[in-house]
Design a protein around this ligand. Structure first.
Ligand SMILES: Cc1cc2nc3c(=O)[nH]c(=O)nc-3n(C[C@H](O)[C@H](O)[C@H](O)COP(=O)(O)O)c2cc1C
Length: 251
C-alpha cells in the first residue's frame, strides 16, 4: 500500500484565488469527507454555513475585518459549534438535553474544528487552497446575527476556499523537537527557547516585520502589534457574551 501524504508537508495557506468556480459536487464531496472526522459520541454537534452569494460575502467581509479573501474566494465556509439540532432531537424523543454549559460548547467547538480541518485537508489534497479566518471568534456576535444562528449555535472558525492564484513560499515551523514531549512534559530552559525560536527570528521576513513595526524583537511584534493584551481581553468579553447569549453558560 502506498500513501501520498507529501501534500501535507508542502501545504501553505492560500489567500488569492482564481475566478474558477468550486462546483457543488466538489464542495459536497469535501464536506462529506469532512463529516467522516471523529466526532464526540457520534453526535456531530456542528454545522457548516456555505456562503457563495456575492452580496452575503460583501456583508460578511467587514465582520472579518475586510480581509479580501472573503469577497474574492468563491466559497466561504463558517463552521459552527451546534447543539441546536441535537437538542431538538432529544426533546422530540422525550430526552432532556443538558448541553447548555461551557463543557458542551467545548465539545461542539472541538467537533466543528475537526470537521473544518478535515475539509481543509480534503481540499488541499485536490489542489484547492484554503485560508482560516481567526476573525470569526473576534466577531462571533455579529456573525451570529448575520448568519441567523439560533440558540445553541456559535461560529468557531471560517475558511475561504478556492483554486490558488498565488504560489507563496512556505512559512517556517518550529522544529518537531520543540513541540514533542516524551512521556511527560519537559519544561523549556531559556537556551531551549532560544534554540527553538532562532530560525524563526533569523528569517528575513521576520527581521523585516521587526524593522517595519519599529520593535526590538519578533516577540514584541506579537505582543504589541498582532495579538495585544487589550484586544485579547476585549474579544474574550465579546465571546463570553456570545456563549451566554447562545445558551452555553448555564452552570
Ligand atoms: C485558527 C486560525 C485562524 C487564522 N486566521 C487567519 C486570518 O484571519 N487571516 C489570515 O490571513 N490567515 C489566518 N490564518 C492562517 C495563518 O496565518 C497561517 O496558517 C500561518 O501563518 C501559517 O501559515 P501556513 O498555513 O501557510 O503554513 C489562521 C490560521 C488559523 C489556524
Amino acid at each position: 500500500m502506498t500513501y501520498n501524504t507529501d501534500f501535507l508537508l508542502e501545504r501553505r495557506t492560500i489567500r488569492k484565488y482564481t475566478q474558477e468556480p468550486v462546483g457543488d459536487d466538489l464542495l459536497n464531496d469535501l464536506i462529506k469527507e469532512g463529516c467522516r472526522s471523529s466526532t464526540t459520541g457520534n453526535m456531530q454537534v456542528y454545522s457548516i454555513i456555505v456562503t457563495r452569494d456575492e452580496d452575503r460575502k460583501r456583508e460578511l467581509s467587514p465582520l472579518h475585518f475586510n480581509q479580501k479573501m472573503v469577497t474574492e474566494a468563491p466559497v466561504v465556509l463558517t463552521f459552527c459549534a451546534d447543539f441546536n439540532r441535537f437538542n431538538k432531537w432529544c426533546i422530540l424523543n422525550n430526552a432532556s438535553p443538558g448541553y447548555d454549559n461551557f463543557l458542551s460548547f467545548m465539545t461542539a467547538a472541538i467537533d466543528a474544528l475537526l470537521v473544518a480541518q478535515t475539509v481543509c485537508i480534503a481540499a488541499e489534497a485536490r489542489g484547492l487552497g484554503i485560508c482560516y479566518l481567526g476573525t470569526t471568534t473576534y466577531m462571533a456576535h455579529k456573525i451570529a446575527v448575520m448568519l441567523k444562528l439560533p440558540m445553541g449555535v456559535v461560529p468557531v472558525t471560517t475558511i475561504t476556499l478556492g483554486w490558488p492564484a498565488e504560489d507563496p513560499g512556505q512559512p517556517d515551523r518550529l522544529p518537531p523537537e520543540a513541540v514533542i514531549h516524551r512521556e511527560i512534559y519537559s519544561d523549556y530552559s531559556d537556551s531551549d527557547i532560544e534554540r527553538f525560536y532562532s530560525e524563526k527570528e533569523g528569517r528575513e521576513d521576520s527581521c523585516q516585520f521587526v524593522r517595519e513595526n519599529n520593535k526590538s524583537s519578533l516577540a514584541q511584534v506579537f505582543t504589541d502589534i498582532r495579538y495585544k493584551k487589550e484586544d485579547n481581553i476585549n474579544f474574550s468579553k465579546i465571546l463570553l457574551q456570545v456563549l451566554k447569549d447562545q445558551g452555553f453558560m448555564n452552570q
